[in-house]
Design a protein around this ligand. Structure first.
Ligand code: C2E
Ligand code: SIN
Ligand code: SIN
Ligand code: FE
Ligand code: FE
Length: 410
């Protein structure tokens, strides 16, 4: 247990630390860990509203964790429930008032809410005291709840949460709300960026970017499973990649209409200008404030690199466009990245984008039939594309075709 002095010190530190950590998942886990430490709670969860349902998004439980082998992680099937007054989390979301219960197994039967015991029964856990706090933004919108479970006395026995614990948890809920709201605003901003790119370039349609995003996450999942990357990491990267892949050509907003919409082949000089779109896209995310910025920058910058090193822009300084000193070739250009020196998300989007470009009609070309497209992917495996990714692509054709069907051009 922490002393009062340690608590004050920690609280001051957390405020500053939180300003530095930008990633939403890390931040929410940290808020859960720190707040549980403050009120000495065995377990805690954050529920977030998504399309009128409450989703059990983050959870920690010391007792269940101790039953696992070291390093093993708790597996929760993330479930969601309708927002109504029948559950504790729903009740608190709708009323916007904290709820402090000494024993959730002895809630007055006349009360609108009851505790759902399914989780306890599955996990062989006994939830006793529960303190549920609304995540309300400064503007008064409730985004979900923060819930801590089983306060413990110095001997580890479950005891009720105190009024002081309520105050402390309100403070943490405030931090969590602001964090969450900022992440949700960022998401909305990205969706507007995708819309903007779409309005600018008639072929960067919603359908095209959705297809590229869809092929990309499918490729990534199969690639990552082969490497035994942990499931929670795959899920997290999947979401980052989908959005980043949708923005791969966002740098085209900086290309003039005469070139962008030219109804025929680009001449050499026009093509050189067109090639700037990958670097310009990367610049939009160069502030590197989050995992998402880094992913989106890597995808935009690297989606026209080729496996054999003949792609663009190669090793450049994104802010100036100049080759990095050690990569300047005699002709003044940067040497291209090759093989696994091309970040995997760049390799993935390169394949997804070309598959889609070849399969679709363009101002400068007709749509190719599937046999010819697949022949090209096979032929260019090992020169243009990462051969392993081509193999995965060809082995997942059913899924790729269903993505094509789902997002058809109008
Ligand atoms: P995009 O149309 O989305 O095409 C993406 C990539 O698909 C191209 O990258 C290229 O690798 C591949 N691709 C597209 N069409 C063909 C094709 O007919 N044959 C082959 N072998 N590959 C194809 P790339 O070449 O770096 O071009 C980047 C972007 O530049 C294109 O994006 C498009 O917006 C523009 N662009 C390229 N060539 C032309 C052109 O001749 N006319 C016009 N108007 N735009 C072009
Ligand atoms: C809660 O609502 O906070 C716990 C889960 C449930 O009651 O179903
Ligand atoms: C990653 O999964 O982010 C890196 C792996 C790679 O670039 O090969
Ligand atoms: Fe591109
Ligand atoms: Fe594209």
């Amino acid at each position: 247990m922490l002393t009062e002095k340690e608590k004050i010190d920690k609280l001051t530190l957390l405020g500053t630390e939180l300003n530095h950590i930008q990633d939403l998942d890390i931040m929410m886990e940290k808020i859960l860990t720190e707040s549980r430490l403050f009120v000495n709670a065995d377990a805690g969860s954050i529920y977030i509203m998504e399309n009128d349902r409450l989703r059990f998004t983050y959870t920690q439980n010391d007792t269940l964790q101790q039953r696992l082998k070291p390093g093993e992680k708790l597996i929760y099937s993330t479930f969601s429930m309708p927002v109504d007054k029948k559950t504790l989390a729903g009740y608190v979301t709708l009323t916007g008032q904290p709820l402090n219960l000494d024993d959730v197994y002895s809630i007055d039967p006349a009360s609108p809410f009851q505790f759902g015991r399914q989780f306890d029964e599955t996990a062989c856990y006994r939830t006793q005291s529960a303190l549920t706090i609304p995540l309300t933004t400064p503007m008064g919108k409730t985004l979900g709840v923060l819930q801590v479970i089983n306060a413990r006395d110095p001997d580890g026995r479950a005891i009720p949460f105190s009024d002081r614990d309520v105050m402390v948890m309100m403070h943490f809920a405030g931090i969590a709300s602001v964090t969450l709201e900022r992440a949700q605003m960022t998401r909305a901003l990205l969706l507007r960026m995708i819309k903007m790119a779409e309005m600018r370039d008639p072929k960067e349609t919603g359908a095209h970017v959705n297809r590229v995003g869809g092929y990309a996450v499918e490729l990534y999942e199969k690639w990552a499973r082969r490497r035994d990357i942990p499931e929670d990491e795959i899920q997290k990267k999947r979401d980052l990649l989908r959005m980043a892949a949708m923005l791969h050509d966002v740098g085209k907003v900086g290309i003039s209409d005469t070139i962008l919409k030219k109804p025929g082949k680009l001449d050499e000089q026009e093509y050189e200008i067109m090639k700037h779109h990958s670097m310009m896209g990367a610049r939009l995310f160069a502030s590197s404030q989050s995992d998402f910025d880094d992913t989106a920058a890597a995808v935009a910058l690297n989606h026209h690199e080729k496996w054999n090193g003949s792609g663009y822009p190669g090793y450049i300084d994104v802010t100036t466009g100049e080759p990095l000193p050690e990569y300047r070739r005699p002709d003044g250009r940067a040497s291209g990245k090759a093989g696994e020196d091309i970040p995997v998300f760049g390799r993935i989007v390169a394949l997804a984008d070309v598959f889609d470009a070849l399969s679709s009609i363009r101002v400068y070309k007709p749509a190719w039939d599937e046999a010819k497209v697949l022949e090209t992917l096979e032929k260019d495996a090992g020169t243009h594309f990462d051969p392993e990714l081509v193999e995965i692509f060809l082995g997942s054709l059913d899924v790729m075709r269903s993505i094509q069907q789902r997002y058809k051009d109008e």
